[in-house]
Design a protein around this ligand. Sequence first.
Ligand SMILES: [Zn+2]
Ligand SMILES: [Zn+2]
Length: 185
Amino acid sequence: MGDELRALTVAPGIGNSARLEDVSEPDPVDGAVLVRTVALGVCRTDQEIISGEYGAAPPGERRLILGHESLGRVETAPPESGLVPGDLVVGIVRRPDPVPCCACAVGEWDMCRNGRYTERGIKERHGYGAEHFRIEPEFVIKLDPAPIRTGCGASSPGGCHSTEGARRWSSGPATSRRSSSSPNS
Ligand SMILES: [Zn+2]
Ligand SMILES: [Zn+2]
């Protein structure tokens, strides 16, 4: 692993500005778990960001690393995280607002009341569309460790998605619920 890695980036608000470029290794402030990307889903939200209609770069930056539908394998993780190298994981997209509002305060940030939430790859936080990404242990969903098969689905005009990853995502609600109920731990 070198000092740079390839990432899919975009300048939010500027149509068709997406490109593949070298960026720095993920910042440790993104989280203590380092993940190597296996596959990335692409949906209508990504289309809107790429067309310049939606999305926001992190404060003080012009470009946003795309990608919110992740699938990766843990490279390194703190012992207390319960994760080990090789674990297959998905990253939760949204982060609670800093206030927090009454919804975010109880781990229900999908119902955020003040709109100040952030989202990986969408709103003010870099996404998972790079060769590596970092993430906080409490925002990781651990998946079934069976071998994976990724592919390109043509089921929607949004384009490709990891069909196998999506199925596995739906098979892991217990971990998801537990993770999403403790945003401040
Ligand atoms: Zn999406
Ligand atoms: Zn909130």
